[in-house]
Design a protein around this ligand. Structure first.
Ligand SMILES: C[S@@+](CC[C@H](N)C(=O)[O-])C[C@H]1O[C@@H](n2cnc3c(N)ncnc32)[C@H](O)[C@@H]1O
Length: 251
């Protein structure tokens, strides 16, 4: 299993704050519009549709969905969304919020390997701000990649492991400006972009895009940035002619 008990417990304690735009999840609220636009743009380009209709009818798996900050708007745009999270509190917060607002999302409690059957395939798999919280990142990515349909896209966002991320994402964000609770991140668990590529290559996924994101903590604003050494988002594609995970052929 790839969930870390201490991490899940920590998220669980914060679950009631998930939809509070000024609470501990504020940075996720701030980056949400940017990453939603990114997913729509990447999918539209990939499937050759207008952005306004890009997601319609597509199946999306959101692994580590938290309280559903992105799952909900994706469903509103017409996608059929399954959200998976190992924290009972987060899944409960996600279900309550979705039902209150009449948004159809299929939320499942557990890890993807436990609650998504091997036969279930998705056009898009998301792993947003989660890989820096798991143990055995390659195993986590392998579990997620298994559910990507041929020709599908995987979008991953996380924090790079650099001196700059130590300064900005740990010292600045948690200790000086306190935009995140202390202990939210562990620098050694940050993930280099090439490590994601290495983890996904055995499953036939190829990187198509890599983009830096900048979070301005004083203004609580997010924007695209040419530098990927702190926050970044990346898109990987499974070629349409790869009808199965090549790593599965060896077993
Ligand atoms: C920082 S939150 C990100 C939530 C959401 N993806 C977002 O960006 O709004 C990380 C989430 O991943 C979940 N998580 C951590 N490890 C997991 C695992 N191995 N499987 C499923 N969920 C996991 C946590 O419970 C938490 O809700």
């Amino acid at each position: 299993m790839t969930a870390l008990v201490a991490e899940i417990e920590r998220f669980d304690k914060l679950s009631s704050t998930w939809w509070n735009k000024r609470g501990p999840m504020r940075p996720l609220h701030v980056i949400n519009a940017l990453r939603l636009g990114y997913v729509v743009e990447q999918v539209a380009k990939h499937v050759g549709r207008m952005p306004s209709h890009a997601l319609y009818g597509l199946r999306i798996l959101d692994v580590g969905c938290g309280g559903g900050l992105l799952a909900e708007p994706l469903a509103r745009l017409g996608a059929v969304v399954v959200g998976v999270d190992a924290s009972p509190g987060n899944i409960s917060a996600a279900r309550s919020h979705a039902s209150l607002h009449g948004v159809p999302v299929d939320y499942r409690l557990g890890e993807s390997a436990e609650v998504v059957s091997p036969e279930e395939k998705f056009d898009v798999v998301l792993a947003l701000e989660v890989v820096e919280h798991v143990q055995d990142m390659p195993a986590f990515m392998a579990n997620a990649a298994r559910h990507l349909a041929p020709g599908g896209l995987m979008v991953v966002s996380t924090i790079d492991r650099t001196w700059k991320s130590y300064l900005f994402a740990i010292v600045g964000a948690e200790y000086i400006l306190r935009v995140l609770p202390r202990g939210t991140h562990h620098w050694s668990m940050f993930v280099r972009p090439e490590e994601l590529g290495t983890a996904l290559a055995p499953h036939g996924l190829v990187r198509q895009d890599l983009r830096g994101m900048r979070y301005q903590p004083l203004q609580h604003r997010a924007s695209w940035f040419s530098d990927t050494r702190v926050n970044y988002i990346a898109t990987f594609a499974r070629p349409a002619n790869k009808d199965r995970d090549p790593s599965a052929q060896a077993t």
